[in-house]
Design a protein around this ligand. Structure first.
Ligand SMILES: N[C@@H](CCC[C@H](N)C(=O)O)C(=O)O
Length: 277
């Protein structure tokens, strides 16, 4: 079968987006791994599949697969690309789009043609919601050993699971090695995305994210949301923060418990193509 796809990115976090509204398409793990291979396939961090909704009041269903073939709950950068894709392809003309994901519903608001705000829903700091195998702590900080080092992590679910670590400096080697160890740590039965955050001012952070099922990416939208809400919860950050990621900036807003996280950033199309599945 010849598969039509669109290659897109959000700050260098790259995606293959497939229209499964006009024509049904299913993928198995081996196909996803092959397509994601940068030598043998197309290459991407995540595969995004646009499907018809299964629930009333929803415009689409959005399925997300990491490059290792695992299906995940949520993808922030992908959500912005999703909005641009369905508009440009004529699958909708709405600029406020309600989408079903594995974690529930999200709302995408196209602010300008290449700029999208996503209502990412409410975060949870409850260990069971990630899941993270620990009793709830009063300050949401937990010690976690990775190799010879002990980190203080803030576990947070923004639909998908994240462990946020505040560091004084960001080192390539530490992101790669501690990132991989924590991603697969026994205390995270479903594995976890790992964010290393340097606080610059209460409204600015530098952030690198070692993504579950992928490795370090140029940017991670849910990772930026998780880092900012963790920083606000810990009293390090104010409600509006610019996150500087390797691929560029995201603007994150969270007004505190009971409020949704709003993420604003760009979405870009790179090319369209066809490949044998
Ligand atoms: N790149 C994404 C996150 C994709 C899913 C993640 N790797 C996971 O396994 O939860 C983003 O922009 O949020």
């Amino acid at each position: 079968m010849l598969l039509k796809f669109t290659k897109m990115h959000g700050l260098g976090n790259d995606f293959v987006v497939v229209d499964a509204v006009s024509r049904k398409v299913f993928f198995n793990k081996q196909q996803i791994e092959r397509l994601s291979d940068r030598n043998w396939g197309i290459g991407f961090d995540q595969l995004l599949v646009v499907e018809p909704p299964t629930q009333p009041d929803m415009d689409f269903r959005y399925r997300i697969y990491n490059s290792d073939g695992s299906e995940v709950e949520h993808c922030g950068n992908g959500a912005r690309c999703f909005a641009k894709f369905v508009l440009e392809r004529g699958l909708t003309n709405k600029r406020v789009i309600n989408v079903e994901t594995k974690r529930g519903s999200i709302q995408l608001r196209v602010v300008e043609d290449d700029l999208v705000t996503v209502d990412m829903g409410m975060p949870s700091f409850m260990p069971a919601d990630l899941p993270f195998s620990a009793d709830p702590s009063s300050n949401s900080l937990y010690p976690l050993k990775a190799g010879s080092k002990e980190y203080q992590i803030t576990p947070v679910s923004v639909g998908n699971p994240h462990a946020v670590i505040k560091v004084d400096e960001l080192f390539d080697e530490e992101v790669a090695t501690a990132g991989a160890l924590i991603e697969n740590h026994d205390l995270f039965p479903n594995n976890v995305n790992v964010g290393f955050m340097k606080v610059l001012t209460p409204s600015e952070i530098n952030l690198r994210v070692y993504e579950r099922g992928v490795g370090e990416t140029q940017a991670c939208g849910t990772g930026a949301c998780a880092a900012v809400v963790a920083g606000i919860k810990q009293g390090w950050l104010s409600p509006k923060v610019t996150a500087h990621l390797r691929g560029g900036d995201l603007h994150i807003e969270w007004q505190g418990e009971g409020s949704p996280i709003l993420m604003t950033g760009p979405a870009a199309k790179v090319f369209e193509g066809q490949i044998y599945l």
